[in-house]
Design a protein around this ligand. Structure first.
Ligand code: SF4
Ligand code: SF4
Length: 287
């Protein structure tokens, strides 16, 4: 049996909010009996774009993460909601617009904060995959149609084929530790979860401070080399994919113009700033 899944490519979101606006346009003030009552204009959007900013000027990396109902196969909201929430055979979770009236307790049941409260109608509401459109033959929800950078990919596959796609494309789900079996998958989630160490290497050449391109940078944990790179034409280097709160690191920098070393602790991402090379013995002699 084929079921709906949504793939979200994390690094491609530019926070333009088109998906949020399209979903609001579809649902605010529009009644879809059996699927959802009209969304309230003043309620929070059930599609949210979270933001993470790492580093410092001038090495800043901003990542946006679209989040919405995951249409979990083992949904905590269904355990609380009883017959007010149902899962369709195609995987989509629907909060019943009649049976859920007055059930504010359902809002808190979602560990992903994907349910919003419609005060006017006294209803918990969520992003229901635009099931009313899919049932009319649409292949994509409004958010996917509206996204200019191709962040979303709605796919209808059987679970084995989806698992294979997830494996092949390195897709992950949010909070796998909750064991809710989400049907929303993320590509590039590492960018959201991991940290970097970066810096900018310079050296004084005569009376001028120059960016040092091509310096060899080695990253150590204790005495063990864990990664190597070289500086770019601006003298910048960056080691990505480091785990949050992964502790102490040491950077060794080598170049014909000189050497340098730095230590830092990774809780969040670290930009070491400008690192001036101390002239090596050979460089002093050459000068
Ligand atoms: S993300 Fe939240 S609202 Fe959606 S199915 Fe899972 S528990 Fe329910
Ligand atoms: S429309 Fe696409 S790029 Fe714009 S905020 Fe939504 S997911 Fe991000």
């Amino acid at each position: 049996m084929s079921k709906w899944n949504l793939v979200i490519k994390v690094g491609q979101c530019e926070n333009c909010q088109n998906c949020v606006i399209a979903a609001r346009d579809e649902h605010v003030g529009n009644d879809f009996p059996g699927y959802a009552a009209p969304a309230a204009a003043n309620a929070e959007s059930p599609i949210r774009i979270l933001r993470r900013v790492q580093g410092e000027s001038h090495m800043v990396e901003t990542t946006y993460l679209p989040v919405m109902c995951n249409h979990c196969d083992d949904a905590p909201c269904m355990r609380v909601g009883g017959d007010a929430i149902r899962k369709r055979s195609d995987g989509i979770v629907i909060i019943d617009p009649d049976k859920a009236r007055g059930r504010k307790d359902i809002v808190k049941s979602c560990p992903y904060k994907a349910i919003v409260w419609n005060e006017e109608l006294q209803l918990p509401q969520t992003w229901f995959f635009d099931a009313h459109l899919l049932d009319q033959g649409w292949q994509h929800p409004r958010c996917e149609q509206a996204c200019p950078t191709g962040v979303f990919e709605a796919v209808k596959l059987d679970d084995a084929a989806m698992a294979e796609k997830a494996q092949r494309e390195g897709l992950e789900v949010l909070r796998p530790d909750l064991e809710t079996k989400p049907r929303v998958w993320y590509g590039g989630l590492k960018r959201w979860k991991s940290c970097f160490i970066g810096g900018s290497v310079s050296a004084k050449v005569g009376s001028v401070v120059e960016c040092v391109a091509g310096a060899a940078i080695v990253l150590y944990v204790g005495d063990q080399c864990v990664a190597e790179t070289v500086t770019d034409v601006f003298g910048d280097f960056r080691f990505g994919g480091l785990a949050k709160d992964s502790g102490m690191y040491r950077i060794e920098i080598r170049h014909a113009l000189g050497n340098a070393s730095r230590e830092c602790k990774v809780g969040e991402s670290v930009y070491l700033g400008e690192i001036s090379l101390a002239l090596s013995h050979s460089a002093v002699e050459a000068n």
